[in-house]
Design a protein around this ligand. Structure first.
Ligand SMILES: Cc1ncc(COP(=O)(O)O)c(C=O)c1O
Length: 492
């Protein structure tokens, strides 16, 4: 996979023809011919630029560190996707920011939420930049849609908040049409674009770049000088020799074919071996598949089983600044040959199936830890699920809105308003349920099935459930008509 022969020849050539320059100190901005080559390539991708607009870094990782160094003071905020690249969090964490997280769907970060956050002036002032990986994101493999890209760039310029666009995977697209980068859509200089040779040539030489407007470039350069003076000349010169004359473009084609096959193998194996309650992404490029398991499975515990079966993955919690996502994991299809990929996924699928079986009561989908301990009572309301989620979040500030919302989503398949049938649903957030005195879950019925929303009150105490139901009815009544389903508190 790595262009070893090309690098061997390139290093020989560099040392023979210009050894003194290769072994000498060099300019902090980077080796000029390499910057010119990059300016050419990036302009070809719609990011019109000059060599002077480019700063060579020790991989994108150094770029992330530099950005943290020049933009962040303790207590400042960074707006990030949830989940986001762990290495970016590690780089920024050194400068003690807080994180404002924005959820994602298959079209990338929810830009409506970004607008809301920026609109609230107080938050906007402390958000120093928006960090995003719009192409085949690490860890989810998701790609931001064109519409959202345009809106995000417009928002950044409207609110004067820079965007850090981290794009190590953009060239590794296996299906469909390339989308313009945020930088290509940016006319006002709001976007700082990060690229790297790590995924298209080799990560070992630690070569990346930043493309930014001159003022930002100047500050970044001042941030880089005290840390390393400049990136190593020999590897810049050799990489230039390897990359020039179109080699890098030809090599990218080869890399894409190589990874595409592995992605396909992994997705087929997942389809075959993972149980139906598992959700996963289908990336059109990059290296990662993101997996969401039922909430009662903690992937850090699953990893222990997996390692015993000689399979590894990255538990998803570390990609969440708020340490949520305990039921998620990142799979990487780039590193292992197809046969091993198939076998690895088969073993992982088995480990997941076993956990599902262990954690749920036979014949039902109720998590074992919740069974025999919880009581429910049901209310019906005309309020739409999302609005209900918001309302419950206000009524119960001690409950996390995210939990309430995921309750709304998690139970959206609930059957027609038959309260007894509902007692065999799958309680998505079983661990928190047993920990708190009571928790209110909104059970959304899909509007095509039932235009009502059922609210399930779940508590570990039979006597408490009525009190909670009464209190909730009283409060909800102020907003909306509520009918009790009339069911007695039922043990589930
Ligand atoms: C999103 C993202 N940014 C940055 C990096 C760091 O790349 P580099 O090897 O150029 O430092 C990675 C590496 O995996 C990554 O996934």
């Amino acid at each position: 996979m790595f262009p070893i022969d090309e690098y061997r020849r390139a290093f020989e050539w560099v040392l023979e023809t210009d050894g003194a320059q290769a072994l000498q100190y060099g300019p902090s901005e980077g080796y000029r011919p390499l910057r010119a080559l990059l300016a050419d390539r990036l302009s070809g991708f719609g990011m019109s630029c000059e060599p002077d607009d480019i700063l060579i870094t020790n991989g994108s990782q150094q770029a992330l560190d530099l950005i943290g160094k020049v933009f962040l003071e303790p207590g400042d905020s960074v707006l990030v996707e949830k989940p986001t690249y762990l290495g970016a969090l590690q780089a920024f964490n050194q400068y003690e920011p807080t994180y404002v997280t924005v959820p994602m769907d298959d079209d990338g970060m929810l830009v409506d939420d970004v607008e809301q956050l920026l609109f609230h002036q107080r938050t906007a002032q402390s958000i120093k930049f928006i960090y995003t990986v719009p192409n085949f994101q690490n860890p989810t493999g998701r790609t931001m849609s064109l519409k959202r890209r345009r809106r995000l760039v417009a928002l950044a310029s409207r609110f004067g908040v820079p965007i850090v666009e981290d794009d190590p995977y953009g060239e590794l697209r296996y299906d469909g049409q390339a989308l313009p980068t945020l930088k290509a859509l940016d006319t006002g200089g709001s976007v700082i674009y990060l690229g790297t040779f790590s995924k298209i040539l080799a990560p070992g030489f630690r070569l990346g770049w930043i493309l930014a407007c001159p003022e930002i470039m100047e500050t970044l350069l001042h941030g880089k000088q005290p840390s390393d003076l400049h990136t190593g000349m020999a590897q810049q010169m050799a990489t230039y020799q390897v990359a020039k004359d179109g080699f890098v473009d030809r090599h990218v084609e080869h890399v894409k074919n190589f990874y595409r096959e592995r992605r396909d193998v992994m997705l087929r194996a997942i389809e075959e071996h993972f149980p139906a309650e598992v959700h996963y992404t289908r990336p059109a490029g990059g290296l990662f598949v993101w997996v969401e398991l039922p909430r009662y499975i903690d992937t850090r515990e699953l990893l222990i089983d997996a390692i015993q079966a000689k399979v590894a993955f990255v538990p998803g919690q570390g990609f969440h600044p708020d340490l949520s996502g305990t039921n998620t994991m990142r799979l990487n299809f780039s590193n292992v040959p197809p046969d091993q990929l198939r076998e690895g996924i088969r073993r992982l699928g088995y480990a997941i199936q076993r956990r599902v079986k262990e954690e749920t009561v036979a014949g039902s989908r109720i998590p074992r830890q919740a069974a025999n301990r919880l009581y429910t009572h049901w209310l019906e309301t005309d309020l739409a699920p999302a609005a209900l989620g918001d309302l419950l979040a206000q009524l119960h500030p001690q409950a996390e809105p995210a939990d309430v919302r995921s309750g709304v989503i998690g139970l959206s398949w609930t059957v027609r308003g038959d309260a007894t049938a509902l007692s065999t649903y799958w309680i998505e957030q079983s661990p928190p349920v047993v920990e708190v005195t009571y928790r209110v879950l909104a059970l959304a019925t899909r509007t095509d099935i039932l235009p009502r929303t059922l609210v399930g009150i779940i508590t570990p105490s039979a006597s408490h459930v009525r009190l909670v139901a009464e209190e909730l009815s009283r409060r909800l009544l102020a907003h909306v008509r509520v009918e009790s389903t009339g069911s007695a508190p039922s043990e589930i």
